[in-house]
Write a protein that binds this ligand. Structure first.
Ligand SMILES: [Zn+2]
Length: 134
């Protein structure tokens, strides 16, 4: 549906290049060096307000997850949500686009983009999800 309205969720730290794979960005505090995701207005460690953004690895390891079996407005069930640990030490939560029976703690998952919600008017929200690593 070409003329369907779509909105990208969190474009300040979720990037979808026109000719590449979607990725997340880490925010490195320019004063104390602590990494954050998502980017925050101030560094909770040192109260600095400036950060250096860098692309994160796309692949991480599933730390934990849960499955929601009751549909919510705009969301279909079953819906898996989990935390993925990345090599930079950050832990990121998002929907897991894998049938619940195939999800395993410790599996390799990669960042991808998907429609995560659709409202009554058909407006779609696109955000990052985790899918099995290629
Ligand atoms: Zn800091």
């Amino acid at each position: 549906m070409a003329d369907q309205e779509q909105v990208i969720f969190h474009p300040n730290f979720f990037k979808i290049p026109e000719d590449g794979k979607p990725y997340l960005t880490e925010a490195k505090c320019t004063k104390c060096g602590q990494l954050w995701f998502p980017k925050l207005p101030i560094c909770p460690s040192c109260l600095n307000e400036t950060f250096e953004d860098s692309p994160m690895d796309r692949v991480g390891t599933l730390y934990s997850y849960t499955v929601m079996y009751i549909p919510q407005p705009g969301l279909k069930a079953p819906l898996a949500i989990g935390y993925v640990d990345f090599a930079n030490g950050l832990r990121v939560g998002a929907q897991i686009d894998v049938p619940p029976e195939n999800i395993r703690i410790g599996m390799s998952l990669q960042v991808d983009s998907a429609v995560i919600r659709e409202d009554k008017t058909g407006k779609q929200t696109i955000s990052y999800v985790f899918r099995p690593a290629e």
